[in-house]
Ligand binder design. Structure first.
Ligand SMILES: [Zn+2]
Length: 370
């Protein structure tokens, strides 16, 4: 059996067949003189992404989906012209999955033709939920716990993959609203860095009383983060790092360039899921009167990052267009100069809230709360 590049949907697969295939007849669409490759050349690539799914054998809660449905919707294997023909899609994808398999090395291969499958992508997120649930019920701080002595905890491996270095003299911004109407002198520079020890209330990143240096990647994000009111005067300080620092960067998810040839595909897809979930939790603005448990998710996450030896965490700002970094060691950055702005316009964009149910969407800590 052979397939032509025009029957394929994914760019990586199309490129492979166009660049290495010979001209011949396509057994899927019947066209002649197209670039084609035998099914057995493409089979291993499809099986590579198929590792992201497992066969449902005795799961009473989830029934799963046919493998061709999952592969087509997640990886766009076949071209749009073919997808309306369900039987052809099924035959082609099952044929590709079986092509060139060496059963001697695979004792119990998944039943692709009639089994149903679930995605493995959420396993890492589920592990995180389990630990969080344990924390919320026992109130014991989370801790890095390698499965076996000498082996790193799975989240240490995750952080390593998301890690990045800020060299010494990296520039950030930090804002502070002038709240005293009678103030007529600029703040001393020393008051534009991290709040002093014992002062800060709890936040997304740290427990009550533990100071953290919050900085933003650009001035307008720093401004948005302090949520100034109309007519407020705001100091924007330049913050320079005094040493190189290593942070977990939640904006730095490793790319999957070619999923069909990436040996770490299963892990990377799980990372992506965990990433999406954690960055949502970290970036949601904290509102007045929020319960302590609302902070739990991100506080415990940051606690683990600290334990793993990181200096901070970078994440997408939900209020500005740039990123925020929270440095656990407040001495990493110091203010070098400041300028002052007055807020003269606010763009209020709105949407109607829902008529029924809570005004704010339910979050994980509420769902898990004992
Ligand atoms: Zn074809």
């Amino acid at each position: 059996m052979k397939i032509c590049y025009r029957c394929l949907g994914n760019d990586n697969l199309i490129h492979l067949v166009r660049s290495t295939g010979r001209r011949g007849r396509c057994d899927v669409c019947g066209e002649n003189r197209q670039h084609v490759l035998p099914f057995s050349s493409i089979g291993p690539l499809i099986r590579n992404v198929a590792q992201c799914y497992y066969e449902v054998r005795d799961n009473y809660f989830h029934s799963g989906d046919p493998i061709e449905f999952l592969l087509q919707s997640d990886w766009n294997i076949l071209s749009d012209e073919l997808v309306s023909n369900h039987e052809l899609v099924k035959q082609t994808i099952i044929g590709l999955l079986a092509a060139g398999i060496n059963y001697d090395h695979d004792d119990d291969p998944p039943n692709y033709s009639s089994g149903t499958f679930l995605t493995q992508s959420e396993l890492l997120s589920e592990l995180w939920r389990d630990r969080l649930e344990e924390y919320l019920t026992s109130n014991r701080r989370m801790s890095l716990q390698g499965e076996q002595p000498g082996l790193p905890d799975v989240f240490e491996v995750v952080f390593e993959d998301w890690g990045r270095e800020y060299p010494i003299n990296s520039h950030f911004y930090r804002a502070r609203v002038v709240t005293d109407r009678r103030q007529n002198e600029p703040f001393p520079l020393s008051e534009l860095g991290a709040p002093p020890e014992g002062k800060p209330s709890s936040s997304r990143v740290s427990e009550k009383g533990v100071p953290v240096l919050y900085v933003a990647s650009d001035a307008s994000t720093a401004l948005a983060e302090v949520r100034p009111w109309l007519d407020a005067a705001v100091a924007i300080a330049n913050i320079r790092t005094t040493r190189s620092s290593r942070v977990v960067d939640l904006c730095n998810v490793p790319d999957i360039e070619n999923p069909f040839e990436d040996e770490l595909i299963v892990w990377k897809v799980q990372l992506q899921f965990l990433f999406d979930y954690l960055s949502y939790e970290l970036s949601m603005p904290v509102i007045q009167g929020s319960e302590q448990s609302e902070y739990a998710v991100s506080q415990q996450l940051c606690h683990l990052m600290r334990e793993a030896g990181y200096d901070g965490v970078t994440y997408q700002s939900s209020l500005g267009s740039g990123t925020n970094t929270a440095f656990f060691d407040v001495k990493v950055g110091e203010p070098t100069e400041a300028f002052y702005l007055r807020l003269v316009d606010l763009n209020y964009r709105t949407e109607p809230t829902s008529d029924i149910g809570p005004f704010y969407p339910e979050r994980l800590h509420e769902e898990l709360r004992p």
